[in-house]
Ligand binder design. Structure first.
Ligand SMILES: [Zn+2]
Length: 294
């Protein structure tokens, strides 16, 4: 579909200005098209760039290479590693491939995306690090991740719906409530185990259902959906990234996992490509420096 830079520009243009060019300065709708995605407004001579304020901003790399990377990222069923991307695109440095992949991951979270709703199961899980650790106690090298899963059992879409994952600093009530408010629509039913950190949820406008752990029933799991997602996540991190994930970068990987999981039934890779390019236009540019700083 994209034999030339021009074809890539046209594609971006359709996504960015679906109803035609609109000058960001004077709202004029007529422009001269210049090289490299610059549009000069015929009203005020302002040069609007097709890629400004997007992850493609100030890129010296041809859009065709970007599109190739995005296609590669959505085409791999289970995700891509920086090494894989480096090989496919022939990048000299691993660092470049790594930075690209992280830029793409920032685009995998749709700005202003919907919160989960209906019945949502929530629990924390520890990711990474060599030693097992327990809630409430600091576990070396581990990152606490809050997992929220829509339970569609009982509706006509059977089983697990969408998920949200978020790195959290601790399992205190304040932290959990703040994270859940970001992830789940108020008015929803939130199902948790008996951890006291969840006690304030009713006051935040949720219907809170507590499933107590049954000591006398071996193997009883108050939050089985979360544990299914947590084990898929851990296996994915091990399989694709060989478990070598910096704790400070984990949230990028969570975004990629969420993007893939929530679209696991999408039949068309073309549609995923379209969505990822669209989201790449909607997110802020993420220079390598800001990525490394996290
Ligand atoms: Zn103008």
């Amino acid at each position: 579909m994209f034999p030339t830079e021009e074809a890539c520009c046209t594609y971006l243009q359709l996504l960015r200005w679906p109803d035609g060019f609109v000058c960001p300065h004077c709202k004029h709708t007529d422009a001269w098209k210049h090289a490299k995605g610059i549009y000069r407004c015929k009203g005020c001579q302002y040069d609007a760039s097709l890629t400004s304020g997007t992850i493609f901003e100030r890129t010296r790399t041809p859009l065709r290479v970007w599109f190739h990377a995005i296609w590669y990222a959505v085409h791999q069923k289970h995700g891509v590693s920086a090494l894989g991307l480096q090989r496919i695109l022939g990048f000299k440095s691993y660092e470049t491939a790594w930075a690209w992949l992280h830029k793409l991951r920032t685009a995998m979270v749709r700005p202003g995306r919907d919160r989960l709703h209906g019945t949502v199961e929530v629990d924390e899980t520890l990711v990474g690090g060599p030693k097992p650790g327990k809630r409430g106690r600091g576990a070396a090298g581990k990152v606490l991740v809050l997992v929220a899963v829509e339970d569609r059992e009982g509706t006509n879409q059977k089983g697990i719906g969408r998920i949200r994952l978020k790195v959290i600093a601790d399992a205190s009530g304040e932290t959990l409530e703040k994270a859940i408010t970001e992830m789940v629509e108020p008015g929803s039913t939130v199902r948790t185990d008996g951890w006291t950190g969840y006690n304030g949820l009713s006051k935040k406008g949720y219907r809170h259902v507590v499933v107590q752990h049954q000591e006398e029933e071996p193997g009883h799991d108050p939050t089985p959906l979360v544990h299914r997602i947590a084990s898929l996540l851990k296996r994915w991190l091990l399989g694709i990234h060989h478990g070598r994930v910096e704790p400070s970068h984990l949230h990028y990987y969570l975004d990629e996992f969420t993007f893939r999981f929530n679209r696991r039934r999408a039949l068309s890779r073309g549609k995923l490509f379209y969505e990822l390019v669209q989201q790449a236009l909607a997110v802020d540019p993420a220079p390598l420096k800001s990525l490394k700083a996290v």
